[in-house]
Ligand binder design. Structure first.
Ligand SMILES: Nc1ncnc2c1ncn2[C@@H]1O[C@H](COP(=O)(O)OP(=O)(O)OP(=O)(O)O)[C@@H](O)[C@H]1O
Ligand SMILES: [Mg+2]
Length: 247
């Protein structure tokens, strides 16, 4: 029986690279021999703000057949943003086993518009637990979206924790384990959450200015900074305040 991860690898078709165009002109790691291998059912993208996680995720989404504004494969543009053609998506190529034709691309920044779209056109009973998105809180709507779309083969998520309280992030971790057990789901997602990153058996890919690399949970800045901060918030606060004062 076939098991996820279905999307095994992405790489660059060097003849399609437009070097003078974003993101090739600003992300030095996008060399002609760039490739990313997905070896787990769940992959996290981590890295500083602006390190390229959303740019990469959006290009992968486009490569998988999703619209840039997010949603399932049959969702069309609902955010009325004029998305620029992604030069990265045009140059990316995918290795699938097998190619899957179902999934969901979630972007937290367009969740409000997605919720509108689902309330107007979506099959609420079939996919979304029968409750209108806008009659739920941000975090509730988000979790109902994910718990009710369980079993869709490919999920690409950008900042799923944005709406979720720490408690709901724990609930989300248990959803992840249900998905993982199903063998039918591959998730790739960008997050800053030290709670979500703790998920075991996940592949963590860190985006840095030197390039992309696989890291362990404890090596991530998200883990290290949160841990040292929570161990002694006062010390951090004192240092930060002193810095402000000495400017
Ligand atoms: N169309 C564009 N043209 C030029 N620069 C862009 C464009 N889109 C994004 N950028 C820049 O590319 C960089 C990477 O952005 P991206 O949104 O991928 O970062 P990110 O890792 O997702 O950050 P965050 O953690 O804040 O979500 C940023 O510096 C951003 O300003
Ligand atoms: Mg981002």
């Amino acid at each position: 029986m076939l098991k996820s991860p279905f999307l095994k690898k992405i790489s660059i078709a060097s003849d399609k690279v437009e070097r003078e165009v974003f993101p090739f002109n600003s992300m030095a790691f996008l060399t002609d021999d760039f490739e990313l291998t997905f070896d787990q059912k769940i992959t996290f993208f981590v890295g500083e703000n602006g390190s390229g996680k959303s740019t990469m995720l959006e290009a992968i989404a486009k490569l998988c057949g999703f619209h840039e504004s997010g949603g399932s494969l049959d969702h069309k543009n609902y955010d009325s943003i004029d998305h620029v053609d992604s030069a990265l998506a045009k140059a990316l190529q995918a290795t699938w086993l097998p190619k899957v034709r179902q999934g969901f691309f979630f972007r937290s920044e367009s969740f409000f518009n997605l919720a509108n779209y689902i309330d107007t056109y979506g099959d609420l009973n079939r996919y979304y637990g029968g409750q209108e998105m806008h009659k739920q809180s941000h975090g509730e709507a988000f979790l109902s979206l994910f718990s009710n779309r369980l079993g869709s083969p490919t999920y690409l998520l950008d900042e799923p924790k944005a709406a979720l309280s720490p408690q709901r992030q724990l609930t989300f971790l248990s959803l992840l384990s249900e998905w993982e057990k199903s063998d039918n789901t591959q998730l790739i997602f960008a997050t800053h959450s030290p709670i979500l990153l703790a998920y075991p058996n996940a592949q963590i890919i860190e985006f840095t200015s030197e390039g992309l690399r696989d890291v362990e949970y404890e090596e991530t800045e998200n883990y290290k900074i949160t841990k040292t901060f929570l161990n002694n918030p006062q010390r951090y606060l004192k240092e930060l305040m002193d810095l402000e004062v000495s400017k």
